[in-house]
Design a protein around this ligand. Sequence first.
Ligand SMILES: Nc1ncnc2c1ncn2[C@@H]1O[C@H](COP(=O)(O)OP(=O)(O)OP(=O)(O)O)[C@@H](O)[C@H]1O
Ligand SMILES: [Mg+2]
Length: 348
Amino acid sequence: MAAKEAVVEALKEVSYPGFSRDIVSFGIVQGVEVSDTAIQIKLVVKSDDTSIDDKLKTSVQEHLEEKFSGQSVNVTVEHQTAPQFSTQPQEEKVTYLSTVKYKVAVASGKGGVGKSTVAVNLAVALAKLGLKVGLLDVDIYGPSIPLMLGVNDKPYYDGKKIFPIEKFGVQLMSLGFLVDNNEAVIWRGSLVHRAVQQLMNDVAWPELDVMLFDMPPGTGDAQLTLSQSVSLDGAVIVSTPQDVALLDAVKGVKMFRKVNVPIMGIVENMSYFLCPHCGERTNIFSTGGVKKECDKLDTALLGEIPIDVAIRTGGDEGVPVVQADPDGAQAKAFLEIAENVKQKLQTA
Ligand SMILES: Nc1ncnc2c1ncn2[C@@H]1O[C@H](COP(=O)(O)OP(=O)(O)OP(=O)(O)O)[C@@H](O)[C@H]1O
Ligand SMILES: [Mg+2]
């Protein structure tokens, strides 16, 4: 008869479909029963996506049958659906950042779709709406928020705590502050975890209504580890209208739901062209795709941002368009998203 511990050890050798991480560390193994003749495994997947069930069952079954031949193996897969966005912070998650009410990721599947641009402008817009806002740049591939907010200084360290830098009403910290500008960094998993812990624990964060996290692009292990070490309360997904970006955005939604982070909605960036001369709106890409996908995913389209030179130069010059031209059409697009996010935080 196999010992229960040996079965758990064997399960650590089975990876979650699509990830290199094993199913035990993923937290989906919720029951292991071992008798003289049988092994019974209960898996609980935190999403309503049933497409991986068969693969999951087969890989667990085959692995255990090979390891413990002679015993029958029975695997059940149950689903626990992620909650809709709720203003109730999940209690077990409030371990870090106790001065912060809501931790919200700004994420995308695909790189270069404008996550950091949205994160920066959304943060400034939320501050303009009267919220106390923090912005934490955890992009392991290239922290860009300090540049986008025109911050060249390193934060003050008093020997015990690091003090966030305030810019345009937003409290800012960045992974980039922890390393020299010219230093090439390869963030290993454990290092990312430690650095992010440091950004959360060793920083003198004031009382904040919301903290936005500018996430690295992708939906792999790095993003997953980060989402888990941060204990997020919600995620805003950024996509452009092209199919490739949208496919990756859908992957992003699924990744967050897998780890029980509620999706607040999708922002469609570079959605249309706004003529700087006459203000006319031209749809460059086909329209409606992001909205359709939002409906399918049962999530909200939080807003559409035009592709616009003032938005790019705002980022390059360190003054986000919401700050540089608060009455312009571009700022209005971001403010509308901020209103939606604020409302979801306060009244869902
Ligand atoms: N709506 C927009 N109009 C014009 N330019 C934009 C817009 N959104 C983003 N950009 C520009 O596109 C480039 C990529 O944007 P950004 O850095 O925000 O993307 P990202 O998703 O954070 O990228 P990464 O995946 O590398 O972190 C930047 O030069 C930015 O100024
Ligand atoms: Mg970025």
